[in-house]
Design a protein around this ligand. Structure first.
Ligand code: SF4
Length: 259
């Protein structure tokens, strides 16, 4: 089994461990990963250099048209999605019309399935862009990645593009004033001869201190669930995640474990 990529702009619904019956939207190229990070555990595989031939993003009108068609089909079939989830082949907020697409999606959701929530899974790297920040503030589940607050681990685990600063990301995360969810993947292993472990006590202490400052609605914590591009990575145990959950709960912050 290998890592996988989506071939459609609108996909599913799929049964998601975090979002229930989830209709997915992929704003990235079809069949090609495009991201500002290159996480060693990414289910989509490695991030390659930008390839103009392959980096073709769907137009706003195309996304809206396809979503409308799929929502009509689902209504006819009597299937109600719990969530409309922006995920897919990389980082959705890279799309230059991300904010407009969110507005279109909110309108269509209200028209077809007003009870469905809109969720965006983002790596938090584009929060400096005001239109991205404002759009994320409009969705029901604004889910922001923060796997570590230690610079060396960030570089090894998430392998960000050179212009991305962890310090700036953390500052931007604080600006949401509670209208956000933090997602953290806990992992251990080896990569390029380096030991990586964001579950050590120093890692957890530093991370929790920042989480307390960020004050999210809650924190999602989870291990890897599928194949990873880097080998020699370990899925951490449920009991380890439960210990982390207890630690975060004791700090007065709600936590959800997805195993
Ligand atoms: S941020 Fe998400 S899409 Fe990008 S490399 Fe990491 S896991 Fe993959």
């Amino acid at each position: 089994m290998g890592t996988f990529l989506f071939d459609d702009v609108v996909f599913g619904p799929v049964n998601s461990r975090r979002f229930g019956v989830s209709l997915g939207i992929n704003l990235l190229p079809e069949g090609y990963k495009y991201c500002t990070f290159n996480c060693i555990y990414c289910e989509c595989g490695w991030t390659f250099k930008n390839n103009a031939e392959k980096v073709k993003l769907p137009k706003r009108s195309f996304v809206s048209k396809n979503l409308k068609i799929r929502l009509e089909e689902l209504r006819e079939q009597g299937i109600a999605p719990d969530n409309i989830t922006f995920a897919g082949n990389g980082e959705p907020t890279i799309h230059p019309d991300f904010a407009g697409i969110i507005d279109d999606t909110i309108k269509l959701r209200n028209q077809y399935f007003p009870k469905a929530e809109i969720s965006v899974l983002t790596n938090s790297s584009m929060l400096h862009n005001k239109s991205v920040f404002d759009a994320l503030n409009k969705v029901d589940n604004n889910v922001l990645k923060l796997d570590t607050v230690i610079e060396d681990t960030f570089q090894m685990l998430n392998q960000p593009a050179p212009n991305i600063s962890l310090e700036n990301i953390i500052a931007d995360l604080k600006r949401f004033t509670g209208n956000h969810i933090i997602q953290t993947l806990f992992i251990k292993g080896e990569f390029n001869g380096n030991r990586i472990d964001n579950t050590t006590q120093p890692e957890l202490d530093a991370w929790l201190k920042v989480i307390k400052d960020i004050k999210p609605k809650y924190v999602m914590i989870y291990p890897i669930a599928r194949d990873t591009p880097a080998k020699n990575l370990e899925k951490i145990s449920k009991s380890e995640l439960k210990e982390i959950e207890a630690m975060v709960n004791n700090a007065g912050i709600k936590t959800k474990v997805y195993y």
